[in-house]
Design a protein. Structure first.
Length: 225
């Protein structure tokens, strides 16, 4: 029999929980939030933010997140306990936004011809927008919703995200990281009127463009009919 050296023969939390349990959207979104904070603090560039967000999008296990976050965080995702990981999958972590819970999210990817949402389309609380070199336009002028907050997560190395919102709505883009060569046109209200939604925009714009505006003259005339 091998000698007992008195040391417990066990694997650490990374081996027991981190390596073998698949991650879900909640864990990926939490990792993206870490990257956005790092970009806002100047610890990584907007280009690095885009590259790392793409790696997180295809991550399957906590070790995959480790490789993206190793030089940013002191506690790696794989070092969390099984209980913590299971709780995150249920959406109970305090950092999780309500709009990011499973079933309340939609991913909008523009085909090569572009993508436009308009009319009375059903808006999810959480939208991930990926223009991918073309125009992705979200027209909220005829939307009917009781949501107070609509979270939009942007991944736009290239392309244009365009938001058209009612005058009563607000658009908060303070969480959006922009590169020096990006183009921003903001002609919307930052604060919503009481009882109306606020669109909270986060993520990053590389060499693309972000536009937020109210209705133009023709759209106002149409809304009055």
């Amino acid at each position: 029999m091998p000698e007992d050296d008195g040391e417990p023969d066990c694997r650490d939390d990374r081996d027991r929980a981190g390596n073998r349990l698949r991650i879900g959207d909640v864990e990926r979104d939490a990792a993206i939030e870490v990257l956005r904070t790092a970009a806002g603090e100047g610890r990584i560039t907007v280009e690095e933010l885009d590259d790392r967000m793409e790696l997180i999008a295809i991550a399957r296990f906590p070790d995959d997140l480790d490789r993206v976050l190793a030089d940013i965080v002191t506690e790696l995702p794989s070092e969390r306990s099984t209980i913590e990981l299971s709780g995150a999958r249920e959406g109970v972590t305090p950092e999780t936004h309500a709009g990011e819970l499973p079933g309340n999210r939609e991913v909008l990817r523009s085909p090569w011809t572009g993508l436009t949402r308009q009319g009375r389309w059903p808006v999810k609380p959480y939208l991930r927008c990926e223009p991918a070199g073309v125009l992705l336009e979200l027209n909220f002028l005829e939307v009917i919703t009781d949501l107070e907050i609509i979270d939009i997560d942007v991944a736009a190395r290239t392309g244009t995200l365009k938001l058209i919102v009612p005058d009563s709505w607000g658009v908060d883009s303070t969480g959006l990281a922009r590169s020096p060569i990006s183009v921003t046109t903001f002609k919307a209200n930052e604060t919503a009127q009481e009882g109306h939604p606020t669109i909270r925009v986060r993520g990053s714009i590389g060499s693309g463009a972000f536009i937020a505006r109210g209705p133009n003259f023709r759209q106002r005339r149409r809304l009055r009919k």
